[in-house]
Design a protein around this ligand. Structure first.
Ligand code: MN
Length: 413
């Protein structure tokens, strides 16, 4: 009797799950799955203390990510502690834990996530499927690898409602075998299948061809969500992710600032902003509050100790700064002349007109007025000349500008 009841209960749950998946697929919105706290933290030197992870997780919750890859419970006690803490405080996102296809890993995830409600927790299973991983890492043939994966999925679906499964090194796996793995794990009840480009070898055209092949050869693909996960070894992670969206990816896995293994992962802020500029192409980014992007980029940089390159798209220091006279003049007339988007769009401070050798008269006059310094035309010319004669690479901050003004005006009486 109990057996029959639990089987019925299982069937109802499966139907509810299928409905949720269909709902997300129908809406066509793209869900952000953040892996800053797992893949991002794997970057050498980016190790985070559990309390720092909690701060970032709360900021990601506010930002509006759909799920959080919170860590790898089997890897360390610190990971377990961080996952337990996050599971308690994070509100909206699904919190997932990474597991190998081993019952012990799934048990560890269950233990770390036990305080979280069932529909807000999940496991993310991975197992290498490429010839390299099968032969040199796992020493198993295709059939044995497939059995290992399906057995783990069955074990996981008995314990979790949300189960994602990613064939590791998918981008270097034979396409027919990859599709076979997807078909089997969907039949075994996963909610999400992942396509990890584990070593970052894909280019946008490759993504298009591969994803089309998968969609054509996995007949049950609409019963699960499709997630893409790119690494930036060729500098193509964001472009690949956008192409993935065009080819039907429902979930994009990203990290803040693109931190992660080797050359890093897909940068969350870059994908979100690209989507916001071209919604007709990529559809809406589910719930992402773009104005929180720059603050979270800075927070992650500060807590991980991984500096932001000054020209990092979206959050870098020079993204809204210019020294060039023509650009400064245009920006003063209308900021959109020389910007793809305004600072307030992504929560950045303001446009900065840097005064230096390349600056023009308009920007100098503008800054002088902002500082309340009224100068006649000849004095402005003298100030501009003084700025242009500064040594290479020096910028005139407000203090220096005041000194130049005082010098010019006293010199000429
Ligand atoms: Mn990865």
């Amino acid at each position: 009797m109990r057996n029959l009841f639990s089987r019925l209960q299982g069937r109802v749950k499966t139907r509810v799950k299928r409905e949720i998946i269909r709902h997300h697929r129908r809406r066509g919105s793209v869900l952000f799955s953040d892996t800053t706290l797992r893949d991002g933290e794997q970057m050498p030197g980016a190790t985070l203390e559990p309390d720092d992870k909690v701060r970032i997780a709360m900021a990601l919750d506010e930002l509006g990510v759909h799920s959080l890859d919170a860590g790898f419970p089997a890897s360390s006690e610190a990971d377990c502690e961080a996952i337990r803490k996050m599971a308690k405080v994070v509100k909206r996102p699904v919190v997932t834990a990474l597991c190998r296809t081993l019952p012990a890993d799934i048990d560890a995830a269950e233990d770390a996530l036990q305080e979280r409600v069932r529909h807000k927790r999940g496991v993310s299973l991975f197992c290498g499927t490429s010839p390299l991983h099968r032969k040199d890492k796992l020493q198993k043939d295709k059939a044995a690898v497939l059995k290992l994966i399906v057995d783990a999925v069955c074990y996981a679906t008995e314990r979790f409602e949300i189960v994602a499964c990613s064939p590791e090194d998918a981008s270097r796996t034979e396409l027919d075998f990859l599709c076979e793995v997807y078909r089997e794990v969907i039949d075994a009840g996963v909610s999400t299948i992942g396509f990890p480009d584990t070593v970052g070898v894909m280019t946008p055209d490759k993504v298009r061809d591969t994803l089309r092949y998968i969609h054509d050869n996995v007949p049950n693909i609409d019963k699960a969500l499709f997630a893409v996960h790119f690494h930036n070894d060729l500098g193509c992670a964001v472009a690949n992710t956008l192409e993935g969206i065009l080819e039907g990816a429902n979930v994009v896995q990203c990290t803040v600032n693109g931190i992660g293994e080797r050359a890093g992962n897909t940068s969350l802020e870059e994908v979100a902003v690209a989507m916001s500029l071209h919604p007709e192409l990529y559809g809406p980014a589910e719930r992402i509050d773009l104005t929180q992007l720059v603050p979270i980029c800075r927070m992650v940089s500060e807590l991980t100790g991984v500096p932001l390159p000054i020209n990092k798209p979206v959050a870098g220091q020079t993204v809204f700064a210019t020294e060039a006279g023509i650009h400064q003049d245009g920006l003063l007339k209308n900021p959109d002349t020389y910007l793809p988007f305004r600072p307030e769009h992504v929560g950045a401070d303001r446009i900065e007109l840097v005064l230096g050798r390349h600056s023009g008269r308009r920007a100098v006059e503008h800054r002088l007025t902002e500082l309340g310094l009224q100068l006649d035309e000849s004095h402005v010319t003298a100030v501009l000349e003084a700025i242009k004669s500064q040594p290479k690479g020096t910028y005139v901050n407000d203090e220096r500008l005041r000194a130049i003004v005082s010098d010019v005006t006293t010199r000429e009486g």
